[in-house]
Design a binder for this molecule. Sequence first.
Ligand code: X5A
Ligand code: ZN
Length: 642
Amino acid sequence: MRTVGKLPRHRPLSRTQSSPLPQSPQALQQLVMQQQHQQFLEKQKQQQMQLGKILTKTGELSRQPTTHPEETEEELTEQQEALLGEGALTMPREGSTESESTQEDLEEEEDEEEDEEDCIQVKDEDGESGPDEGADLEESSAGYKKLFADAQQLQPLQVYQAPLSLATVPHQALGRTQSSPAAPGSMKSPTDHPTVVKHLFTTGVVYDTFMLKHQCMCGNTHVHPEHAGRIQSIWSRLQETGLLSKCERIRGRKATLDEIQTVHSEYHTLLYGTSPLNRQKLDSKKLLGPISQKMYAMLPCGGIGVDSDTVWNEMHSSSAVRMAVGCLVELAFKVAAGELKNGFAIIRPPGHHAEESTAMGFCFFNSVAITAKLLQQKLSVGKVLIVDWDIHHGNGTQQAFYDDPSVLYISLHRYDNGNFFPGSGAPEEVGGGPGVGYNVNVAWTGGVDPPIGDVEYLTAFRTVVMPIAHEFSPDVVLVSAGFDAVEGHLSPLGGYSVTARCFGHLTRQLMTLAGGRVVLALEGGHDLTAICDASEACVSALLSVELQPLDEAVLQQKPSINAVATLEKVIEIQSKHWSCVQRFATGLGCSLREAQTGEKEEAETVSAMALLSMGAEQAQAAATQEHSPRPAEEPMEQEPAL
Ligand code: X5A
Ligand code: ZN
């Protein structure tokens, strides 16, 4: 590796000529100036943070919140990012040629390293930044690099065209000083006077174009259903529907190698978390021979990978897979810390199949599992509930927490007695050691005649998922939100007929847990209409926007015989660990309407009995306790728990 100069060096201007330049010279000039300005600000911020840290150490500022005198300047950056985020949407699917992108990435990697030598290395406020093998490979948060990297891929007209939905949003009022990214809605034209942006307590959404680069080297996206268009489409949908402007956009980052190692082995982490360039540097330091001779299968499509699903792009995939993890971590931390109401992570590739040292089923790093571990280790979160409604069992997530009673894993998946991918997820798999009872598999069996649909998922939530979840009483809920159970996905990647809107209703039920601290992370699903519809429904629920009601037919239909058998089995097994589920062992076969009536009558009976057996005042207290097992801070359920 060549030595790095002391002065910050931006990309040579000539590089940008490989892609179309902004047509107006003023526009280009502006972009360059903004980029340089941003670079200056980043430097200034680093120094400021360093100063803050020193002062904090001596105790002088220990109780003082971090102030950001550069606030207004940051906002300028946010405007640019919002602009670029928009532009990225219209980025051509098959972007630049392979040789061009490779060159691009080489320079990106170089820039990363320059940066790290260039800037003062300051860690997060939590301070626990032990020796980190990954740290020296990390991209600092310097926005200017991304600015230029992304700008290259933009068509000039798209860059400078403020989308209508954003342009019409009124200014945000002056608010508390904080440096988290502004909502796209706060974007103004660069000529406006900068003002401080108020950060709303709303739904956070995270998305980053780095994740688009994970593509098979065969270049044929049709062979590989887990492609970049999935997250591009969802991002576009949230924009088009105006939902995104009600959310706060969170800036993503690449997870560090240390963060990834909370779940994965060091070898696995280095294998998939490094690219040839930063690996070379690592090799000389750590003498990691095996990593430099990594082995992949040659795929029939012409590319390489673990298997035909789990493809690898030696140049780009490591950035993408680390970005997917880092995006979710950033979002979940803000939700857990109370900065955001809840969140939706538009990330790829998915993660729930990734085990400690195994990549499979499109997955390399288990983003949800890593996030759960980090919330506990860095934010002292106690109990985490992971709900996995991807149609496939999350074998990696189950493995990561199998013996751990502080993380409850509940998966609903197509099982068919072990004949559906990945084959794990039997109802008898309940956890091990101290974790017995903290693994719940709603393992649908009986094929697709009839297909499992809304009634079955809603019944599972009514009788198993929500009762156990409430009894567990998590501090945070993470959802492995795959949408491949949505109608439109055929076997072997689906076969079920859950509606997109149903996932909105499931989300709304989960919001009654953990004080509403719910974060959804995209996992599987490849039918673009289905995953966009379902994402829209879930984000609507997170925003507490009125949902499309379920069809009355759904509420009146009884669950299929196969589904009832599945639920009977899981209740029988889990009633040893969760007392709450026993009462649902009977009445599984009734419709949601019937259940609703039954529960209402049951509640009335309880009140009446209480009134009879004691004074009215005590009865009132008893009834309140009976029906509100959750702390008062939590929102009321917006619909009866169907
Ligand atoms: C996340 C997900 C499916 C893997 C299928 C492998 N995985 N044939 O949807
Ligand atoms: Zn799946």
